[in-house]
Design a protein around this ligand. Structure first.
Ligand code: TIH
Ligand code: FE2
Length: 302
């Protein structure tokens, strides 16, 4: 189905670095992804499972566009089984520990039968739901896309999103984003307008920004959205989709510190293991305020 185009345009932003001035130009961004298969070689989970690897290659290669939803993915039985097993484990953790905004939307998605342990959600249905709530939409990419392009998407309320699933042999933690991470971690919060604004704020500051500012924005995004904590409940999509890291952070509250921009900007991102430190805000509005202030500070507008 053709999806509604948003009316954002950023033609007045001045920079020598190319960036999309209107939403359609998001189709022209560099879609280069981290090559985890190349990096890990035969220790990549599923490396010897030829059927799985060729299925993943095909799903990854679909050229996504902001103009149209992709056709539904045909998930093999193995994939749905992995989803079912992880969904069942995660749902329990979510009920107990996820922040209330996330929990409420997950319930709504289940009531509408968009989410179920029995089938992996499809972009067509999810986009209809979240675009009706916050105008955010998912656009498919082949893996963990480079940070600049990823942030450019957020400025237009576009979330570049993967569609393959981790291999069944190593299900509880993966360094790579996949449908479990996206749908159990990220997607529900896009139905929340404050969260949408928080993401859009980070995205707008990235348009035509220097590499240095992109790196700082990526760190803010990472510690807020991927691994953030709200008071004593949990928001970060990085662990909300990983049953092992979710349990780990719940059991290790001593690792959670108050939000500290300077510390965050000095830290190195950990992409392939549990986080050594997590940062918390009081609640979602507090986090949004911290993001607005933080992003203004680093892009020199304060
Ligand atoms: N580690 C996460 C998981 O197992 O679901 C995946 C990712 C977190 C952050 C980026 S990808
Ligand atoms: Fe993510």
């Amino acid at each position: 189905s053709i999806i509604k185009k948003n009316s954002r345009e950023f033609g007045s932003v001045q920079s020598d670095i190319w960036f999309p001035k209107v939403e359609d130009e998001l189709d022209l961004v560099d879609k280069t992804c981290i090559d985890f298969v190349g990096k890990l070689g035969n220790s990549y989970p599923g490396y010897d499972d030829e059927k799985y690897m060729s299925w993943c290659r095909e799903v990854r290669s679909y050229p996504g566009s902001v103009k149209i939803d992709p056709p539904d993915v045909d998930y093999p039985a193995d994939a749905t089984e992995t989803w079912n097993m992880l969904y069942t484990r995660l749902r329990d953790l979510h009920h107990k520990h996820a922040c209330k905004e996330h929990r409420e939307i997950l319930k709504e998605l289940e009531d509408l039968n968009i989410y179920s342990p029995l089938k992996i959600p499809q972009f067509s249905q999810v986009n209809k739901f979240i675009s009706g709530k916050s105008k955010f939409k998912l656009v498919p990419v082949g893996g963990m896309i480079n940070p600049r392009s990823f942030l450019y998407g957020l400025a237009y309320r576009v979330f570049f999103c993967t569609r393959y699933i981790r291999h069944k042999s190593v299900p509880f933690y993966t360094p790579e984003p996949d449908v479990v991470h996206e749908f159990m971690g990220h997607v529900p919060m896009f139905a929340n307008e404050d969260f949408a604004q928080l993401n859009e704020t980070i995205g707008k500051k990235s348009l035509g920004a220097s590499d240095e500012v992109i790196e700082k924005l990526s760190k803010i995004y990472f510690y807020a959205v991927e691994f953030g904590v709200l008071g004593d409940s949990f928001l970060g999509s990085g662990y909300l989709g990983s049953s092992s890291e979710f349990q780990y952070v719940v059991d290790n509250k001593n690792l959670i510190r108050d939000w500290n921009l300077n510390e965050i900007l000095e830290s190195e991102l950990v992409l392939s293991d549990y986080q050594p430190i997590y940062y918390k805000a009081r609640d979602l509005l507090d986090l949004k305020r911290l993001i607005i202030e933080g992003t203004e500070q680093i892009s020199g507008n304060l």
